[in-house]
Design a binder for this molecule. Structure first.
Ligand code: DQA
Length: 143
């Protein structure tokens, strides 16, 4: 199974950025451990602060991998271009958030991407990524 993890703006600063919201652990080191815990899954891990680069990555992996885990950061809330890219490819996507966006400011309650995804996982800290991998794995096993 091939899973592509795509992270958007400011997620490269997780571990340093607003630790009271996002914790102290770096996302990159967490994702390396996550990948190691699933030796049968082939992961690609990508991060960009640039909207078009995220679109390019979705187009690059989306016809080849079995699932996409996407945390588009703030783009989640308004990027039609990323939503269109997710709708344009065949791989199912799971939207992920580290924080519970629904318990935060109102601007974070809307997701432009969620309707283009098979599901959304938010609020479980970095473990949200593992839960998304589990969901894609179960979807594939259940056909
Ligand atoms: C986030 C939530 C977004 O609202 C925010 O802009 C982020 C991180 C999360 O993982 O909790 O950058 O996607």
């Amino acid at each position: 199974m091939k899973i592509s993890i795509i992270n958007g703006p400011n997620l490269n600063l997780i571990g340093k950025r607003e630790p009271e919201i996002y914790g102290n652990e770096s996302l990159n080191s967490y994702l390396q451990l996550l990948a190691a815990a699933y030796p049968d899954v082939c992961f690609t891990i990508f991060q960009s602060n640039v909207e078009g680069e995220i679109v390019n990555e979705i187009q690059r992996v989306g016809f080849d991998c079995d699932g996409i885990v996407i945390n588009a950061g703030a783009y989640t809330h308004y990027s039609l271009a990323i939503a269109d890219a997710l709708r344009s490819v065949v791989a199912p996507a799971v939207e992920v958030h580290i924080s519970n966006v629904h318990a935060r400011e109102e601007a974070r309650h809307h997701s432009e991407l969620a309707p283009a995804c098979v599901g959304v996982i938010a609020g479980f800290g970095l473990d949200s990524y593992r839960l998304a991998v589990e969901a894609l794995d179960a979807m594939q096993k259940n056909g």
